[in-house]
Design a protein around this ligand. Structure first.
Ligand code: IMP
Ligand code: MG
Length: 177
């Protein structure tokens, strides 16, 4: 597949992203005040969102990362999730907040939630920058949603197409045709 920036149509600008992330950070700071919170980023796609959300959340908390891979590249999730890199700290008895770039079928998040719930955190919530509810194949709770979007394949601000376009500062729709 040849990939080109000319196939990307802007969906969310830097300004829209930053404004919404400020709101989410303020809400999270309120909800987790005086709690021992661990903010868990799912690499790689979450990196810009995570950095901005963490800085918008005016609290003291620990950050930790996990890298999972769903088999097969391209534009579809397979539902087979493998932990490539695990957290470097325990979440037992602590308030865990998973931060994800996008929830599509929900298969990845469902698997990660089960892995983390086994470790008996005091609570487990999810923050996702983007949500594509029409694509859901498994019901999974998303507590903090940046933007709910239509069924488009999107790139930028961490989201990739075969590893590319993560560094774009905005989110755009990738039109392959
Ligand atoms: P799910 O398991 O189908 O919910 O998909 C989760 C993962 O698939 C996300 O963390 C993304 O890495 C990837 N993904 C889903 N939709 C998109 C998209 O529109 N653009 C880029 N990556 C996506
Ligand atoms: Mg991805």
């Amino acid at each position: 597949m040849t990939m080109s920036r000319s196939r990307i149509y802007p969906l969310l600008t830097q300004e829209q992203l930053q404004k919404r992330i400020q709101e989410l950070g303020a809400q999270i700071a309120k909800d987790y005040a005086n709690k021992d919170m661990v903010m868990i980023g799912l690499l790689n796609g979450v990196y810009p969102f995570f950095a901005d959300l963490a800085r918008s959340t005016d609290l003291d908390f620990e950050v930790s990362f996990m890298r999972v891979a769903s088999y097969g590249g391209g534009m579809e999730s397979t539902g087979e999730v493998k932990v490539i890199q695990d957290l470097d700290s325990s979440i037992r008895g602590r308030h865990a907040l998973i931060v994800e770039d996008i929830v599509d079928t929900g298969l990845t998040l469902d698997k990660v939630r089960k892995i983390l719930l086994d470790r008996e955190p005091a609570s487990l919530r999810v923050a996702a920058l983007l949500d594509k509810p029409s694509r859901r194949r498994v019901e999974v709770p998303v507590d903090y949603v940046g933007f709910s979007i239509e069924d488009h394949f999107v790139v930028g601000y961490g989201l990739d197409l075969d590893g590319k376009f993560r560094n774009l500062p905005y989110v755009g729709i990738y039109n392959p045709a």
